[in-house]
Ligand binder design. Structure first.
Ligand SMILES: C[S@@+](CC[C@H](N)C(=O)[O-])C[C@H]1O[C@@H](n2cnc3c(N)ncnc32)[C@H](O)[C@@H]1O
Length: 326
């Protein structure tokens, strides 16, 4: 079962109600300053008040939520029996990945969150209070490494849009620590930029060397076959609410979030489907698709005369896991 990429109704209502009484233009200005800080390579340091935290959540939570859901959908497809009971959300911010994991896994019962930012933590607790399932989350404030050191291990550990805020040495140390706290699967989600992909690639290599197996998106644990200037990333379309459009000063009723991710598991996945790495080109003659396969990158051409295969390949979408006919 795929989970929808739009924010759960409870979360949307909670965010909208916090916007009541605030100046939308002031909130939009704050959101723009925070976004610019991110674009310029800065981190969450620009979030210094309750209004900043809310502006960040209104502007970015729909997109980071959609990217985490898309990654969790790929994980669920690769590991249909995975039913985590507890979650550790590292650099949880407003609780985005926790909300997403709660939607994707009804099996989750315990939610542990960690973040250094006081205002984002306060907002997360406030938003979670509107959900029967998330009302009792355990959210610790502090530096991720210091706080994780004595945290309980969890079946599912997630760090979404976090590792880009750390220096190389810090990131590498946190990677090892997150893995020691992972009982089953660790999911890392990053912006779908070349830099985000490079961080995912380095973490993937580091943890495969430590015994991890890729559950998604890669169909193998070997070296990534993609050569620069190309990079592995995906895209998720999400609807924009009225408030979301106003805060972002946007016209379109949707946005496309580019993201990169890796889900690393302690056990090797049984299925090794190929991954569609760009939107396939469909013509009346053939479907052309860029696939990452267990044997490397392939440009698959499925001719129309192969009726059943062509009909199936026509439905392939960027990011899908697909079985190829040999
Ligand atoms: C871009 S936000 C992402 C928040 C959330 N995971 C999401 O997907 O919406 C990055 C978060 O990482 C947190 N963070 C960055 N470095 C951290 C560290 N060393 N320890 C704890 N939290 C950290 C920030 O405070 C911020 O909440």
């Amino acid at each position: 079962m795929m989970t929808a990429p739009d924010l759960p109704a409870e979360l949307k209502a909670a965010l909208d109600s916090r916007l009541q009484g605030l100046s939308r233009s002031d909130t939009a200005t704050r959101a723009a300053i925070i976004s610019k800080t991110y674009r310029d390579g800065g981190g969450s340091g620009a979030i210094k008040s309750a209004t900043d935290a809310l502006a960040y959540a209104l502007a970015r939570m729909p997109a980071t939520y959609a990217a985490v859901i898309a990654s969790l959908n790929a994980l669920c497809e690769a590991r249909p029996d995975f039913a985590p009971k507890n979650l550790l959300d590292v650099g949880a911010g407003p609780g985005t990945a926790t909300w997403a994991a709660a939607e994707a896994f009804l099996s989750l019962q315990n939610f542990d969150l960690v973040d250094a930012n006081t205002d984002l933590r306060a907002l997360a607790l406030d938003l979670a209070s509107s959900s029967a399932r998330l009302r009792d989350i355990n959210y610790r404030r502090g530096d991720a490494r210091a706080t994780l050191a004595d945290a309980e291990a969890a079946d599912l550990v997630v760090a979404s849009y976090v590792i880009g805020e750390l220096g190389d040495a810090e990131r590498s140390a946190l990677t090892d620590l997150m893995w020691t706290k992972t009982r089953d699967t660790l999911l890392i989600v990053e912006p779908g930029s070349p830099a985000g992909y490079a961080r995912i690639l380095a973490l993937r290599q580091q943890l495969i060397a430590a015994g991890a197996h890729v559950a998604a998106p890669c169909p193998h644990d070997g070296q990534c076959p993609i050569q620069p200037p190309d990079w592995c990333h995906f895209t998720q379309r999400l609807p924009r609410s009225q408030a979301h459009k106003q805060i972002k000063g946007a016209e379109l009723p949707f946005e496309d979030e580019k993201f990169a991710y890796v889900a690393l598991a302690r056990a090797r996945s049984v299925q090794h489907s190929s991954r569609v790495l760009a939107q396939p080109v469909v013509t009346k003659i053939e479907v052309t698709a860029k696939l990452c396969t267990a044997d490397g990158l392939v440009i698959a051409k499925v001719p129309r005369r192969a009726k059943a295969e062509y009909a199936r390949a026509r439905r392939w979408r960027w990011g899908d896991a697909v079985m190829e006919e040999s």
